[in-house]
Design a protein around this ligand. Structure first.
Ligand SMILES: NC(=O)c1ccc[n+]([C@@H]2O[C@H](COP(=O)([O-])OP(=O)(O)OC[C@H]3O[C@@H](n4cnc5c(N)ncnc54)[C@H](O)[C@@H]3O)[C@@H](O)[C@H]2O)c1
Length: 267
């Protein structure tokens, strides 16, 4: 018996990075997975790679800021796999600018993906998640990608922190709302430290800029020194936590935040 046997998952922003690793581990754990992203070519390639010889993964074009895209993507996933047990709100943007450099357009773009995207995903997947929850002993699950930046202050990108703080409390509040209404949909958040993905690379560039240099390697070393465990994270570190929260093994967890950060916020 695998951890996610018989489950169907939708993961936003899963063409690459943490989302792609999660898609792979979920298929290995027995799930059928739909990948939604704006990077169509990369997403189709990820779905092919993750599915292997089988038909366990599909790709759906999805801009998380667009309500009609969510409607189409969730409907197509349910039509293909027969239902939906798990939603991972993973798509996200990092800005890497201080308050004086950030524009109103920057903020609107960040907000649209990191906050509106999570709201719309939750809203449009909810009815399918509730439907499947009726047949499952531990209900359905939503996992939201927050960040350590949604728990403690980080000087690198205050606007990103504001969106991730929003995701942290949206998670707790929807967990409470759904529990009160008897929906049997658990909602939890994940709080990664610095993970080596395209977004992780972006943070090194911003960090170097803050240090007044172009030395991205020095910025990487500085970031690493803030992780007591002695290394930066890799996508699988986070994907394993997402698989756990999405599975029935986390059946008594809702409204919680799982911190996977190499000890960075323990200090
Ligand atoms: N990498 C880190 O250090 C780190 C740390 C903490 C939290 N996180 C969070 O983890 C999540 C995944 O990050 P990652 O490191 O894999 O980043 P990434 O940049 O490698 O991947 C993000 C994915 O989201 C997609 N995306 C962006 N805008 C979208 C939109 N409008 N609609 C659909 N998809 C869209 C991108 O195309 C990409 O495939 C994000 O929410 C991020 O904020 C990352």
């Amino acid at each position: 018996m695998n951890r996610l046997d018989g489950k169907v998952a939708f993961i936003s922003g899963a063409s690459r990075g943490i989302g792609a690793a999660t898609a792979r581990l979920m298929v290995e754990a027995g799930a059928k997975v739909a990948i939604g992203d704006v990077l169509d070519e990369r997403g189709r390639e990820t779905a092919r790679r993750v599915a292997g010889a089988g038909d366990a993964a599909i790709y759906q074009h999805l801009d998380v800021t667009r309500e009609d895209d969510w409607n189409t993507a969730i409907t197509a996933t349910v039509a293909r796999f027969g239902g939906l047990d798990i939603l991972v709100n993973n798509a996200g943007l990092f800005l890497g600018k201080g308050i004086e450099d950030a524009s109103l357009d920057d903020w609107h773009r960040l907000c649209a993906v990191n906050l509106t995207g999570v709201f719309l995903g939750t809203k449009h997947a909810l009815s399918a998640l509730r439907e499947r929850a009726r047949q499952s002993p531990h209900g359905s699950a939503i996992v939201n990608l927050a960040s350590v930046a949604g728990l403690v202050g980080l000087q690198l990108d205050p606007l990103y922190s504001m969106t991730k703080g929003g995701v942290t409390l949206f998670t707790k509040s929807t967990a409470l709302e759904f529990a009160r209404k008897g929906y049997r949909v658990r909602v939890n958040s994940i709080h990664p430290g610095l993970i080596q993905t395209d977004m992780g690379e972006q943070t090194f560039v911003s960090r170097a800029r803050n240090l007044g240099s172009n030395d991205v390697e020095a910025a990487r070393q500085q970031a690493m020194s803030r992780h007591p465990i002695g290394r930066l994270g890799v996508p699988d570190d986070i994907a394993k936590g997402i698989v756990f929260l999405a599975s029935d093994d986390a059946g008594f967890m809702t409204g919680a935040g799982l911190v996977i950060d190499g000890g960075s916020t323990a200090q």
